[in-house]
Design a protein around this ligand. Structure first.
Ligand SMILES: Cc1ncc(COP(=O)(O)O)c(C=O)c1O
Length: 367
């Protein structure tokens, strides 16, 4: 295909071309072994070495201290919604959860099976268009859970609350997009299929001292300690997805690391937010102070087009952008309109092409 395509999907989503090319080559010959990565045992030196290197790259890029373990797991971020409380929360104890979107509410619903869950703040009544930051933590709560970036609603914690005990964060949709201080967290988890890799692998970064405190029996596969003890090789890990992560992390390092990504993500998201703020047709849906640098939902402004024309015009905008190679811009059903997901691997040219398409479409419709 000759046309340049920009993929604005919320996940699985755009990956660095260099990383996918290297991963594709490894399918036929992994690291000069003559055997394809899909056909190679995880108990071989080349694969063990690759997994260990992925661990150290992630450690280096995120500045993960020695007192944290990293594990590569299956089951997606959704499995972490239960693994976290199963491993950290005793039946007689409680944990605080902030309810900032669908994924946050799924996490807290799951956690309720394992202990007392206090929903300390929620923006549900505002269709999750903001991050409620003023709340009181429950004395004695084991941990405070946050979803650092709300993929569907395009809101993001710009600075994290200081937990009375320790923070647990779902960073599925903004890990490696900005500098964070890992020491502020007891546990970080993220499904890889947005900023790190393809679907199939989930990363958990766990401070050593938060484990081993609950009385319940934890099934072997759901126990973090099992995977820590075996360097993520207790059972067959998702080797290919880990390799895609390995190549993506190499790309990230070559391109200036997390600091450079953060600067670029600010620049890219500012381009779209400035366009939205100047537009007479489009408007963003998230509260300004909580706007995400990763996912940008937007809709037609109320009154800019007749109510009965909105649906047809939405379709028209999606065809208009599609013709220019701008893909996957349809909004999530719970927000409607459009959503541009601009993860690390989205080049600035893709964002510029989107901003131009928005301006051209506005001119076409409003004159
Ligand atoms: C913030 C967040 N958490 C959790 C999930 C669920 O991830 P998974 O499909 O890997 O279970 C998603 C998926 O989009 C997400 O965006």
């Amino acid at each position: 295909m000759n046309k340049t395509i920009y993929n604005f999907s919320a996940g699985p989503s755009v990956l660095p071309k260099q990383a996918t090319k290297e991963a594709a080559e490894a399918i036929f010959d992994f690291a000069g072994t003559g055997i394809g990565i899909l056909e190679m045992s995880h108990r071989t030196k080349p694969i063990e070495g690759m997994v260990a290197e992925t661990d150290s790259l992630l450690r280096e890029l995120m500045g993960i201290p020695e007192n944290y373990d990293i594990v590569f797991l299956g089951g997606g971020a959704s499995l972490q919604f239960c693994m976290v409380p199963m491993n950290l929360l005793d039946e007689s104890a409680s944990a605080d959860y902030t309810d900032t979107g669908v994924w946050a509410s799924k996490a807290l619903k799951e956690a309720k099976q394992f202990g007392q869950i206090n929903v300390v703040s929620s923006s549900k009544s505002d269709v999750y268009n903001n991050i409620p930051k003023n709340f009181t933590q429950t004395p004695g709560a084991t941990y405070l859970h946050v979803t650092s970036n709300n993929t569907i609603y395009g809101t993001q914690w710009k600075s994290f609350p200081k937990a009375n005990t320790f923070l647990v964060a779902d960073m599925s949709s903004d890990i490696l997009s900005r500098k964070i201080n890992v020491s502020d967290f007891g546990l970080i988890y993220a499904g890889a299929q947005k900023n790190m890799s393809c679907a199939g692998v989930t990363v958990a970064i766990i401070r050593k001292d938060v484990l081993g405190k609950v009385k319940r029996t934890i099934p072997t596969m759901l126990n973090y300690q099992t995977h820590i003890g075996e360097q993520s090789m207790f059972n067959t890990p998702p080797v290919f997805a880990i390799y895609v992560m390995n190549r993506t992390l190499h790309w990230l390092k070559q391109n200036g690391g997390v600091d450079a990504m953060e600067a670029l993500n600010n620049k890219k998201s500012n381009l779209i937010y400035s366009a939205l703020d100047a537009s007479k047709l489009f408007t963003g849906t998230a509260a300004k102070e909580d706007r995400s640098t990763m996912n940008i939902p937007f809709v037609f402004q109320k009154g800019a087009v007749a109510e009965d024309k909105v649906e047809a015009l939405q379709k028209e905008f999606l065809s208009f952008t599609l013709e220019r190679g701008l893909e996957q811009l349809k909004g999530h059903r719970s927000v409607g309109g459009f959503r541009a997901s601009i993860y690390n691997a989205m080049p600035i040219e893709g964002v510029e092409a989107l901003v131009k398409a928005m301006a051209d479409f506005e001119k076409k419709i409003l004159g």
